[in-house]
Design a binder for this molecule. Structure first.
Ligand code: FAD
Length: 381
């Protein structure tokens, strides 16, 4: 399929594919088994300027947009989704600052993110606030010297590994959803620690951890945007980053498709390679069609985001829902094509199947996003 990518975008794709094949492929099973954060790979990506992709040029970035970010995430996830999401979570963590920060805040933080010196994370979820983020309880009490944070965030990607945390907390408990604000917390701030590290089904090499705030004093100048904008910033952020989750899903589905085709060519039963069986051919044909459709929708959604359109919530949700459902279907069918071996941990397919599942859950579950798409259909004229 021709996606009319620019020469620069094709270069990015090529470079990330080479890194993924040469540096990630040989270690992905071990990282998954040990549930080890891919620190070295992050350094390799930094050395290749990949963290510059989503940062504006004036802050030492390459000035790319949502589509450029998607291309990197897709290529990483084709080989290992855990690396893909660890990279994507840096963009997630820093985008509120990119979109709402002051020039001074951007000058202070963005160059270090662009160089890969500092990783970032975004934290809204709590044990009682998942799909319903308005139920958060973490508070940021205003004091003379700044904001004092108290509360616990759950399931935070890059938790413990990142240096910068964009945290949504209530600056005014009486105002409900309008009382939430966005506050940047640096890793070594006193009163900020890390709780439970989750043991996950998939994307095991990514870090998913609790953030614990106990009378954690953060300078007033770390407020991003205005007080009360926390949920608006979060909604806008997810609309921007959901194509990235779609790209993660496309990447893992592409990886599973390629592995299934290669295996079907080699595996001989009844005297012929199983790819000669029409039952297998039809499965592969459907898988390839679904992956391409998911990619086309993902790139189209990313381009809509980059076009400067005002409202792209439905487009971005559609890409995430469709691509993640495709990833689940394609990785399931890939296991079927591998037969019994697909069920064994010696082969990458079972990891891809485990890794695919999360794309239906985070950054808005597919049920919640279907609600959002339907609401837009209802509202838009
Ligand atoms: C590995 C991992 C990494 C994560 N990383 C981050 C991160 O970096 N930062 C962060 O802030 N959060 C993160 N999360 C949190 C993630 O975004 C939430 O888990 C997700 O939004 C769902 O919330 P929940 O788990 O509480 O499920 P719930 O909201 O409790 O949902 C349970 C079920 O009910 C359904 N449901 C809920 N409400 C509705 C509704 N209105 N209509 C229809 N169905 C509904 C859901 O679809 C789901 O099937 C991460 C989670 C995981 C598992």
């Amino acid at each position: 399929m021709e996606y009319c990518l620019s020469e620069e975008q094709k270069e990015i794709q090529k470079l990330v594919r080479a890194i993924a094949e040469e540096k990630i492929l040989p270690v992905r099973a071990e990282l998954d088994e040990k549930e080890e954060f891919p620190r070295e790979i992050m350094q390799i990506l930094a050395a290749a300027d990949m963290f510059r992709v989503f940062i504006p040029e004036e802050y030492e970035g390459l000035g790319g947009g949502c589509l450029d970010l998607c291309l990197v995430v897709e290529e990483l996830s084709r080989v290992c989704s855990a690396v893909g999401v660890s990279y994507a979570a840096v963009a997630l963590g820093i985008t509120p600052l990119l979109q709402n920060g002051t020039a001074e805040q951007k000058r202070k933080y963005l160059p270090d993110v662009a160089s890969g010196k500092k990783l970032a994370a975004f934290a809204v979820t709590e044990s009682t606030a998942g799909s319903d983020i308005s139920a958060i309880k973490t508070t940021a009490r205003q004091e003379k010297d700044g904001y004092v944070l108290n509360g616990t965030k759950q399931f935070i990607t890059n938790g413990g590994e990142a240096d910068l945390y964009t945290v949504i907390a209530l600056t005014d408990k009486t105002k409900g959803a309008r009382g939430a604000s966005t506050i940047l917390v640096e890793k070594d701030t006193p009163g900020f620690s890390f709780g439970r590290k989750e043991k996950k089904m998939g994307i095991r090499a990514s870090a998913t951890r609790e953030l614990v705030f106990e009378d954690c004093l953060v300078p007033r100048e770390n407020l991003i945007g205005r007080e009360g904008m926390g949920f608006i910033i979060t909604m806008h952020l997810f609309n921007y980053t959901r194509p990235g989750i779609a790209a993660q899903a496309v990447g893992v589905a592409q990886g599973a498709l390629e592995a299934a085709v290669a295996y079907a060519r080699e595996r001989v039963q009844f005297g012929h390679p199983i790819i000669s069986l029409q039952a297998i051919q039809h499965m592969l044909a459907d898988m390839a069609t679904q992956v391409e459709a998911a990619r086309a929708l993902t790139y189209a959604a990313a381009r809509t985001v980059d076009s400067g359109a005002k409202n792209f919530s439905a487009e971005s949700a559609m890409a995430k829902v469709f691509a993640s459902d495709v990833a689940m279907k394609v990785t399931t069918d890939a296991i079927q094509i591998f037969g019994g071996l697909g069920y064994m941990r010696d082969y990458p397919i079972e990891k891809m199947f485990r890794d695919a599942k999360i794309t239906q859950i985070y950054e808005g579950t597919n049920q919640v996003l279907r609600n959002a798409i339907a609401l837009e259909l209802w509202k838009r004229k």
